[in-house]
Ligand binder design. Structure first.
Ligand SMILES: *[C@@H]1O[C@H](CO)[C@@H](O)[C@H](O)[C@H]1NC(C)=O
Ligand SMILES: *[C@@H]1O[C@H](CO)[C@@H](O)[C@H](O)[C@H]1NC(C)=O
Ligand SMILES: *[C@@H]1O[C@H](CO)[C@@H](O)[C@H](O)[C@H]1NC(C)=O
Ligand SMILES: *[C@@H]1O[C@H](CO)[C@@H](O)[C@H](O)[C@H]1NC(C)=O
Length: 420
C-alpha cells in the first residue's frame, strides 16, 4: 500500500525527483546484508534452469537455506539476445534454450521452496557479457521483473564508469531505483559500480541497498600485486573497506563481492589459484564481521564437507545478520600491519572481535579490552566461534596463538563492568 502510493507520486513527478539526490528513494529493504548464492563466480553465463533448480534443491537439503542463504541470484547470461538493446527493442526475454519454462516459473519454484530469486542487468545498451542491457528501458524492465516475481537486482556497470562524472553515475543509479520503486514489488537493489566515484558516499540516498566497494574479487587470499592488475584478493578487499565502514548499515551495505569459499581455483571466471581451507574460513569470517552481503559463488552441489561446514557456522552468520548492522572497524594493528584486530559492537552490547594474522607465520596475539575496544570491563568471558567453546572469565588481556592467515573470531561479554 505504501509502495503503491509512493509509485503514484513518483510517476507524477519523476522528472523533477530524478534530478535530486533524495532519501525518499529508501525502499526499506535489506535491513541485514543479503545472503544467498550467485551464479557468476563458478558458472559465468553458462547457466540454465536445471542448474538453478538443482542449486535450490541442494541448498534446501544441505542446511544452507536454514542458515539464511535464501537469495538465488542469476547473474549475466539469462537473456535471450546478445548485442545492442537497440536491435532488440522489445521486452527482455529469457533464453528459451537455457530457461525453457521462463523466469516466472523459476521464481515460483524458488518461492515454493522458501527462497527468493534475483536477476541481473546493466545500465548500458549491452551487459558485461554482451547481452542486451536496460538502457532507456528501465521502467519497462523493472515492471517485467516484478511481474515475474523477482526479489533482487544486480545492476552492473561492468567497471566501465571509472572516468565518468559522478552526476552521470548517480543518475544511472537513481533511474533504476525509481523504476524499481514504481514497479510496486519489493526488489533489493545492488548498484554494481566497482567502487568508482565514491559510490558509498551517495548510493544509499539514491536508493541502492548494496554497492561494490572495489573491482572483482579473485580466488586468492593474498596474491602480491593483484590489486594493481585489476583484481582484488581477500586482503585487498578488506583494506579497501577499512575506511568506508561509516557508510554501511541497515538497508545500505558496502559489498565486498561474492564469496570465493569452495571455488578451490576451479572457477572458470575468476583469476586466482584458490585458497586453503583456513584462508577461506578467514575470508568468510571477515565478510561476516564487516557486514558484507554473503553470496556464495561456488557450485553448492559439490561443496566439500569443509567448505560446507565453514558456510554453515551460525555463530559467524549471526555477526553478519546482527540487527544493529555495525560493520567491524580495525581497532588495533601491529606496526608492520601483519596483525590486526577488528571489532564491532552487537545489538546485545557484546562485542565481536577478529584477531587476524595476515603474516606468513604463527603469531601470539593479545586482545586488550581497554586498548582495543575502549571498554572498561574488568572481567569478561570469551567465546571462540570456530571452536564453539566458552572461555574465561578473564581479568587481563586475552592471549592466543593464531596461525598464518587465520582469524580467531571471538564474542566477548562483560562479567563485571568498571570497578569503582
Ligand atoms: C531538486 O533540486 C533543485 C536544485 O537543487 C531544487 O530547486 C528542487 O526544488 C529540487 N526538487 C525536489 C523535488 O527536491
Ligand atoms: C532506510 O530505512 C530504514 C528503515 O526502514 C533505515 O533503517 C535505513 O537507515 C534507511 N536508509 C537510509 C539510507 O536512510
Ligand atoms: C585509512 O585511513 C587511515 C587514516 O586516515 C590511513 O592512514 C590509511 O592509509 C587509510 N587506508 C586506506 C586503505 O585507504
Ligand atoms: C562433515 O563430515 C563429518 C564426518 O563425516 C560429519 O559429522 C559432518 O556432519 C559433516 N558436515 C557437513 C556440514 O556435512
Amino acid at each position: 500500500m505504501r509502495l503503491l502510493s509512493l509509485s503514484f507520486l513518483l510517476s507524477t513527478c519523476l522528472a523533477v525527483v530524478a534530478q535530486n539526490s533524495s532519501s525518499n528513494l529508501n525502499n526499506s529493504l535489506s535491513l541485514t546484508p543479503a545472503m544467498g548464492w550467485s551464479s557468476w563466480n563458478q558458472f559465468g553465463d553458462s547457466i540454465n534452469e536445471q542448474l538453478i533448480m538443482e542449486t535450490i534443491d541442494s541448498m534446501d537439503k544441505s542446511g544452507l537455506k536454514e542458515a539464511g542463504f535464501i537469495y538465488i541470484n542469476l547473474d549475466d547470461g539469462w537473456q535471450r539476445y546478445k548485442g545492442d538493446r537497440k536491435d532488440h527493442p522489445g521486452p527482455l526475454e529469457a533464453d528459451p534454450v537455457k530457461f525453457p519454462s521462463g523466469i516466472k516459473a523459476l521464481a515460483d519454484y524458488a518461492h515454493s521452496k522458501g527462497f527468493k530469486l534475483g536477476i541481473y542487468s546493466g545500465p548500458g545498451d549491452l551487459t558485461c557479457a554482451g547481452y542486451t542491457g536496460s538502457k532507456d528501458h528501465e521502467s519497462e524492465d523493472a515492471v517485467l521483473w516484478a511481474s515475474w516475481g523477482i526479489d533482487h537486482l544486480k545492476y552492473d556497470s561492468c567497471c566501465s564508469h571509472a572516468d565518468a562524472p559522478q552526476a552521470e553515475v548517480q543518475a544511472v543509479v537513481r533511474t533504476m531505483s525509481l523504476a524499481l520503486l514504481s514497479s510496486s514489488r519489493p526488489i533489493v537493489y545492488h548498484a554494481c559500480h566497482c567502487g568508482w566515484v565514491s559510490v558509498w558516499e551517495w548510493a544509499a540516498a539514491d536508493g541502492a541497498n548494496q554497492w561494490r566497494i572495489g573491482q572483482d574479487i579473485s580466488d586468492d587470499f593474498n596474491y602480491p600485486g593483484n590489486r594493481e592488475k585489476y583484481y582484488f584478493d581477500v586482503l585487498d578487499m578488506l583494506d579497501r573497506g577499512a575506511n568506508l565502514t561509516q557508510y554501511s548499515g541497515p538497508g545500505h551495505w558496502n559489498d565486498y563481492d561474492m564469496l570465493i569459499v569452495g571455488l578451490e581455483g576451479k572457477s572458470g571466471q575468476l583469476v586466482g589459484t584458490g585458497a586453503s581451507d583456513v584462508e577461506y574460513r578467514t575470508h568468510f569470517s571477515m565478510w561476516a564481521m564487516v557486514a558484507s552481503p554473503l553470496l556464495i559463488g561456488a557450485d553448492v552441489r559439490t561443496l566439500s564437507n569443509t567448505s560446507l561446514t565453514t558456510l554453515l557456522n551460525r555463530e559467524i552468520i549471526e555477526l553478519n545478520q546482527d540487527p544493529l548492522g555495525k560493520p567491524a572497524d580495525v581497532a588495533w594493528e601491529s606496526a608492520d600491519k601483519t596483525q590486526q584486530i577488528y571489532a564491532k559492537v552487537m545489538a546485545d552490547d557484546s562485542y565481536a572481535v577478529a584477531l587476524l594474522n595476515r603474516g606468513g607465520a604463527t603469531a601470539d596475539m593479545n586482545l586488550n579490552l581497554r586498548r582495543d575496544l575502549t571498554i572498561p570491563w574488568d572481567k569478561y568471558r570469551v567465546r571462540d566461534l570456530w571452536k564453539h567453546e566458552d572461555k574465561g572469565p578473564y581479568d587481563m588481556p586475552y592471549s592466543v596463538e593464531v596461525m598464518a592467515h587465520e582469524a580467531k573470531i571471538l564474542r566477548i561479554w562483560p562479567v563485571e563492568k568498571t570497578r569503582n
